[in-house]
Design a binder for this molecule. Structure first.
Ligand code: SAM
Length: 302
């Protein structure tokens, strides 16, 4: 997505009253039909549009990720879009973080929170990555002793959880199904509808935000209530929720958006540890991943 023109930005404000009203109605109705059974959409021709060589490479990478993160259950219980999006995030997370040791509590538990998780379709990918990164960090820290099994407590929080999907279930219904699928023995994956900036939450080792709204244009285009989506408030709260030495990990849609993130975070006690492209050939919408950027920030100890 390129930079919107001034006209586009101006016109997007015409959506504001409808977005506010629809959000208020969704919240009053709080529609729910319970968690859906997640579908098993065929993934065989996911890479069909690629050249034979690129296709073979994509299949190899997807197989490796499936083995490395034990994604078999997700593979059998996901749409093509959720599956491909999960692979994209895993590749991005590996590229961004590499072998850096994951911050975790003294009890070996990693407490992580995803802000604005939408329907949390990537919950399994995020949980598996956190668990694997935690266990490799523990192994490296105790190279003379056997690895301590680390567990993960992952929470997804979404402001607009009562939005309706085409199957007449709510975003929260879908998110709960994805959270349930992601939870494995020793780990907890929770989903909560609410405004992250207003909830009382425990401090976290890791806070993630995949494609947060950093402009009112993005918020208005998405159909969200602009009155409730303040990037300043969201980032201030995200930093405050990370414990000293913990991580804030953000993925942005564009370079400009990432620039805005840097400017907003400049006022906060965080330092940039790494950043990298989030572009990915494994998703059918590969062109729109061009320009996506992930960045990793560490909360200062002081
Ligand atoms: C562009 S969407 C990204 C959704 C999801 N992370 C993904 O990658 O599919 C941004 C999400 O942040 C949510 N959001 C915005 N402000 C929020 C807040 N204060 N608390 C919780 N969620 C918020 C929006 O409702 C929206 O679902």
């Amino acid at each position: 997505m390129g930079m919107p023109s001034t006209w586009q930005q101006g016109l997007s404000w015409l959506r504001a009253p409808t977005n506010e009203l629809a959000f208020a109605m969704r919240n009053a109705l709080r529609w729910s039909r319970g968690a859906p059974i997640l579908p098993d959409e065929g993934k065989q021709d996911l890479f069909a549009a690629l050249s034979p060589a690129a296709r073979a490479q994509a299949e190899r990478v997807a197989n490796e990720l499936t083995q490395r993160y034990d994604l078999h259950r997700l593979l059998a219980r996901s749409t093509r879009a959720s599956w491909a999006g999960s692979l994209q995030h895993l590749l991005g997370l590996e590229r961004l973080v590499g072998t850096l040791p994951l911050p975790m509590g003294a009890d070996g538990v990693v407490r992580a929170l995803d802000v604005g998780c939408g329907d949390f379709h990537y919950a399994t990918a995020l949980q598996r990555w956190l668990a694997r990164q935690a266990s490799t960090s523990t192994t490296a820290a105790n190279s003379n002793s056997p690895a301590t099994a680390s567990s993960v407590v992952l929470r997804g929080i979404e402001l607009d959880g009562h939005g309706l999907y085409a199957d007449w279930r709510s975003r929260a219904d879908h998110a709960r199904a994805h959270a349930d699928l992601a939870a494995v023995a020793g780990s907890t994956v929770l989903f909560q509808v609410g405004d992250f900036t207003r909830l009382a939450l425990p401090t976290q080792d890791v806070v993630t935000a995949f494609f947060p709204f950093l402009t009112s244009y993005a918020c208005l285009r998405w159909g969200a209530p602009v009155s409730r989506c303040s990037p300043r408030r969201l980032l201030a709260r995200a930093v405050a929720t990370v414990r000293p030495g913990g991580w804030l990990l953000v993925v942005n849609q564009t370079n400009d958006e990432c620039g805005r993130l840097r400017r907003l975070l400049a006022q906060h006690p965080v330092e940039l540890v790494a950043s990298c492209e989030w572009q990915c050939d494994l998703v059918p919408w590969r062109e729109s991943t061009c320009g996506q950027i992930g960045s990793l920030w560490r909360r200062s100890l002081g």
